[in-house]
Design a protein. Sequence first.
Length: 262
Amino acid sequence: MRAARLTGATLHWREDGDAAGPAVVFANSLGTDLRLWDAVVERLPKHLRLIRYDKRGHGLSSCPAGPYSIEDLAQDALELLDHAGVETCVFVGLSIGGMIAQTLAARAPERVSALVLSNTASKMGEAQMWQDRIAAIEAGGIAALSEAVMQRWFAPAFLGTDAHLPWRHMLERTPQAGYIACCQAIAGTDLSALTPTLRQPTLGIAGSADGASPAALVEATIDLLPDARFTVIEDTGHLPCVEAPEAYAAALLKFLKEVGHV
């Protein structure tokens, strides 16, 4: 386990593959930690430098007082690149991680050679929806919402197996303060004017049964970008990297080859 002591937080991070190889950096979703990418990372070429981290308020990273903003989270990502000595990378972000990716790519375009925007959008839901979720968590804890979250995260076939249970437990063990602070970041974010300015080659990934960021929402964001392609992974929800890691890794590897990163 590694710790990066940054300006606003201390992030837990790890790397796999070749420390001298081309870097691919992964940013996870709300209520998950870096284990979100386990099954994808193990399917990617070993000559890549594969970096993942727990965003602030999640996993083994510190949980500074909220609220957070997407700018705070993107600054953490940028400082992590500095800490790890990554000059440029392909940045893969899922859900809030995709919002971090868009913000980072605009702020430091020279550090992000290509983007993968997975199960995300330039704007995710209305502020009142997030405020309602925060109020429900403050009243009953994250566990009070976990069943509804599972319905958004996973397609029925996966949800009908015990394989979803560790992910439910991961969600419920997320620090409540960190989860709420990241909800506040999403509630305050609208990147619809920023995202069309991005010039990095981009891959959009959606799950056909995603109840949190439906495929049409993801595609609408990808359509804002001048150099982008879009794919839907069938029979998956909000976390296709968990439900269909083979298909997810194959789509990612195809894109990495297209942009000359492999």
